[in-house]
Design a protein around this ligand. Structure first.
Ligand code: ZN
Length: 250
């Protein structure tokens, strides 16, 4: 079985469609680490696409805030503005969809893998460095944890000898479009990056494919029509900062 791993789509329909199109034929099921909505202009369309695709997703902090389940007091002003707009336009069906998303950690159909938004220990934690990665890798027995929230494609590997490796797209150490073999004796934290709002300096949509039979992962970057999304965001008066950052990828 092959899985398309998504995270942080953030209501960006153009980026999501581009990711699906590029990954066509490369996966059978879709898994998502949360933040389906927030920031972008198409929350209802993105949720409808998730439902049609039968994607398995846990909730992210933006999904939680958008459906009124709380936590927006921790958001930046721009993120709050976007989440209020999102909450106001959600259809009742899609608000229910967000309310019913389970918090992480969520089991994936592959028993070796689980989904979290921020981290295994805290759905709002940002795992950027080795210290928080190690805390999380030591707290779970599940070999593979897919996570999101940072919007940085990255791979932490804890080996049997206690050694910890970190590869991240931001410093060029994480290869794209090439299969990375996973070691069944190591434990991993893997972030596919953000589909709808990348922040690692590369504005292309990010996602990953996990081949459970080959036990390997491939990180993918996909060009999409950023200007079209920005135009929609201008029309609904989203904060300029959120519009500009899409073309910068940061
Ligand atoms: Zn996010």
């Amino acid at each position: 079985m092959r899985y398309l791993i998504l995270s942080d789509v953030h209501s960006n329909l153009e980026a999501l469609e581009a990711a699906f199109k590029t990954a066509t034929g490369m996966y059978e099921r879709v898994l998502c680490c949360g933040d389906v909505v927030g920031y972008g202009p198409n929350p209802n369309e993105v949720i409808a696409r998730f439902m049609a695709e039968g994607a398995s997703t846990i909730r992210g902090n933006h999904d939680r805030a958008a459906c009124g389940t709380g936590g927006e007091e921790w958001f930046t002003e721009a993120a709050q503005e976007a989440i209020h707009w999102t909450g106001a336009v959600l259809t009742p069906e899609h608000r229910k969809y967000l309310r019913e998303l389970p918090p992480g950690p969520g089991r994936s159909p592959d028993p070796r893998a689980q989904l979290v938004h921020g981290s295994f220990l805290d759905e709002d934690e940002y795992v950027f460095d080795e210290f928080s990665a190690l805390d999380n890798l030591n707290a779970t027995d599940i070999p593979l944890t897919f996570f999101g929230h940072t919007h940085f494609p990255s791979l932490f590997a804890l080996h049997r000898n206690g050694g910890l490796d970190l590869q991240c797209s931001a410093d060029g150490s994480l290869p794209t479009d090439t299969w990375i073999s996973l070691d069944s004796r190591s434990r991993y934290l893997i972030n596919p990056g953000s589909v709808g709002q990348p922040r690692d300096g590369d504005p292309r949509a990010a996602c990953a494919v996990f081949d459970a039979d080959a036990y390997a992962i491939k990180f993918i970057r996909v060009r999409y029509d950023i200007a079209a999304v920005q135009e929609k965001m201008r029309r609904i008066r989203m904060p300029v900062f959120l519009i500009d950052r899409l073309s910068l990828g940061e």
